[in-house]
Design a protein around this ligand. Structure first.
Ligand code: FAD
Length: 398
């Protein structure tokens, strides 16, 4: 590791890896630091991603794809199952990744492209001069080094501290943190090519429970509930254990993970003088689905693109870096986050009876496109009342 780079990237998840790779491809020197001893572990993810979303960044490789999905189902609170099929979309549904290897592959590609990578290396505080972020103190095996950079990209995930150390308010209200627990389970009876989502207050208050197949008889089985619904005897793990006991009594749990997912609005501003915030650290997770892999890669790439442009012009002030903030907010991804935030806020207020009504109204949907938006559009088509309840939002969805 050198003492000076054009770009210093903090965090070796999808956002950081794509940022570092893009930066070096743009001709910049870049270093990525990851505090964990190995990239990709422990996995804190259900590992689902849409096919087209993935293809935008990398060609699929069987080494890090656990399973290919051709359909999905939603189970209503009363147990009614709605099937989503995608004949019209050419079965372009999605993949369940193996993030241990996927994250490694992304960082590997960044390193191959020319980025320096350091694991078990933590950014422990920012270097700030005259209000500008100028790099970070980097800690490795008890040694602290000052690493300076023209632009620091904070891609340090949902637990991000770096931006807060730089004076940015990154607080997420408890009610907007999904408290999540997941088992990797094996020896279970599942449809190996279809994801299943369970809704309802008994199963996952203000959240959902998922079964994402990883093979013929194994799956990520997890639940996310609103932080404000969590308490003694009704924590995420209690909900998951009840479900597993009932649905997969013979199944074996071979891995346990717990983590938080922010389902709030993104940070008010995702840049500062010399600093760009990307991925979960910027709170760009889809608030409706909790999906953040694509959004992290998208913002990671954009962060590096904008850094390269601004470094080239010799101006890395907040004003110059604002192009990043404005671009992602105006993008399809930014608009989806805003729209899905409202839909999430509407749905979490609905009683189970209402969710049953909505799901019963469509027993089987054949989607033209396999996206959250197309699902919502179809549901609204058969529920004109829902359009009234959603008001102005319904207009923007149509
Ligand atoms: C239970 C669960 C299920 C999920 N399921 C899905 C899903 O199915 N599909 C989907 O799209 N998304 C899912 N997500 C969200 C997805 O995992 C994240 O959105 C994605 O990993 C964010 O990528 P990132 O690069 O921004 O952050 P991360 O992947 O969290 O990477 C951040 C990295 O920064 C490192 N770091 C932190 N601080 C420092 C520091 N000071 N110095 C150096 N390194 C540091 C961390 O160790 C970490 O490796 C899920 C999340 C959870 C918790």
């Amino acid at each position: 590791m050198k003492n000076k780079y054009d770009v210093l990237v903090i965090g070796g998840g999808p956002a950081g890896a794509i940022a570092a790779k893009t930066a070096v491809e743009k001709g910049l020197s870049a270093c990525l630091v990851e505090k964990r001893p190995a990239i990709g572990t422990p996995v804190r993810c259900a590992e689902g991603i849409g096919k087209e979303a993935l293809h935008e960044f990398i060609d699929p490789d069987p080494c890090w794809i656990s399973a290919e999905m051709t359909g999905a189902s939603i189970v209503a609170p009363d147990g009614f199952l709605m099937k989503l099929e995608s004949e019209l979309a050419g079965n372009k549904v999605g993949y369940i990744l193996d993030r241990k290897f996927f994250d490694r592959e992304l960082v590997w590609k960044a390193a191959e492209a020319g980025a320096d990578v350091a694991v078990k290396t933590r950014a422990s505080s920012p270097i700030i001069e005259k209000g500008f972020v100028k790099g970070a103190k980097i800690e490795c095996c008890g040694q602290v080094t000052n690493v300076t950079a023209d632009v620091v990209i904070a891609a340090d995930g949902v637990e991000s501290k770096f931006s807060r150390w730089c004076g940015i308010d990154t607080t997420v209200p408890v009610s907007e943190i999904m408290s999540s627990v997941q088992y990797v389970m094996t020896d279970i009876d599942i449809d190996a090519h279809s994801t299943v989502f369970y809704l309802g207050n008994e199963v996952a208050p203000e959240g959902y429970l998922w079964v994402f197949p990883k093979g013929k008889r194994s799956a990520n089985v997890g639940v996310g509930i609103s932080g404000k619904k969590s308490g003694e005897g009704h924590r995420a793990k209690d909900y998951l254990d009840r479900f597993v006991k009932k649905t997969f009594p013979q199944g074996k749990q071979i891995e346990y993970i717990a983590g938080g997912v922010s389902v709030c609005r993104p940070l008010d501003c995702t840049v500062a003088d010399g600093l760009i915030i990307a991925g979960d650290a910027a709170r760009v997770v889809d608030p409706l689905t909790g999906g953040g892999i694509y959004n992290s890669m998208y913002t990671g790439r954009l962060a590096a693109d904008v850094a390269a442009e601004c470094i080239g012009k010799g101006d890395v002030s907040k004003t110059a870096l604002m192009v990043y903030d404005k671009t992602w907010r105006a993008s399809k991804m930014g608009k989806a986050i805003e729209r899905n935030y409202h839909i999430k806020e509407y749905l979490i207020k609905q009683p189970d009876a209402k969710l049953n009504e909505i799901i019963h109204s469509v027993s089987k949907l054949n989607l033209k496109e396999f996206t959250t938006l197309s699902l919502i559009k179809e549901i609204m088509m058969v529920n004109p009342k829902l359009m009234l309840e959603l008001g102005a939002l319904a207009v923007s969805i149509r």
